[in-house]
Write a protein that binds this ligand. Structure first.
Ligand code: HEM
Length: 178
């Protein structure tokens, strides 16, 4: 298969627009520059698909040890990627090869519990961000501003419930020393 870096970049541009628009995934990218991750991913995927290897970052299996990523979140990411493929009318061969590579890394990225998270370096905080929809469902039972325990991670809910809409949900990074 001929590897077209421009096409891979086009997919990533659309894909990361969707990631940054998604209320759950965006929480993982709060301190990550969109253009930087687009270029990193394009370099990585171009090399992984057999094209020019410019990628100088961490392998996916080493880039996410501090992130609590579930199968549900991984599948959500995959569904946005498939939408991006459709929007650029990517060739089926590219789609199949790309999704196959992503699946190879699933086991090393997905965690069964927060306790499986480790730091990339000393004092690296673990990143566990619950699905905001779950938080909303939980918070709808409360009438006052509150702290909600999502099961893995505390979220500070700012503002009270107004017709069932939460004004702002701020994730508080859990500091865990490894
Ligand atoms: C739900 C699943 C995923 C989430 C939430 C996620 C999130 C992130 C975030 C936030 C970063 C930036 C880290 C930083 O700069 O501090 C990152 C980096 C990266 N991710 Fe993912 N990712 C996911 C799945 C994947 C998959 C499936 C792959 C590829 C197979 C991948 C490949 C990479 C690579 C290559 C980097 C750059 C690593 C580096 O140079 O440090 N990610 N990811």
């Amino acid at each position: 298969m001929q590897i077209n870096r421009g096409l891979i970049e086009d997919v990533n541009k659309i894909f990361y627009e969707k990631v940054y628009d998604d209320p759950w995934l965006v929480l993982y990218f709060q301190v990550v520059e969109k253009e930087k991750i687009i270029q990193q991913q394009t370099d990585f995927m171009t090399g992984a698909l057999g094209g020019e290897n410019r990628f100088a970052g961490r392998k996916p299996s080493k880039a996410h040890p501090h992130m609590y990523i579930t199968d549900q979140l991984y599948d959500l990411r995959k569904s946005l990627l498939i939408e991006a493929f459709e929007e650029v009318a990517a060739p089926q061969k590219l789609v199949d090869a790309w999704l196959k590579i992503d699946e190879v890394f699933r086991k090393s990225i997905v965690k069964k519990s927060l306790s499986e998270c480790t730091g990339r370096y000393r004092m690296d905080p673990s990143l566990s961000l619950a699905n905001p929809f779950l938080i909303t469902a939980r918070a709808e039972r409360d009438t006052e501003p509150c702290y909600c325990q999502t099961g893995f991670f505390p979220f500070e809910i700012l503002g009270s419930r107004i017709d069932g809409i939460i004004i702002r949900v701020i994730p508080i990074f859990e500091l865990k020393t490894f």
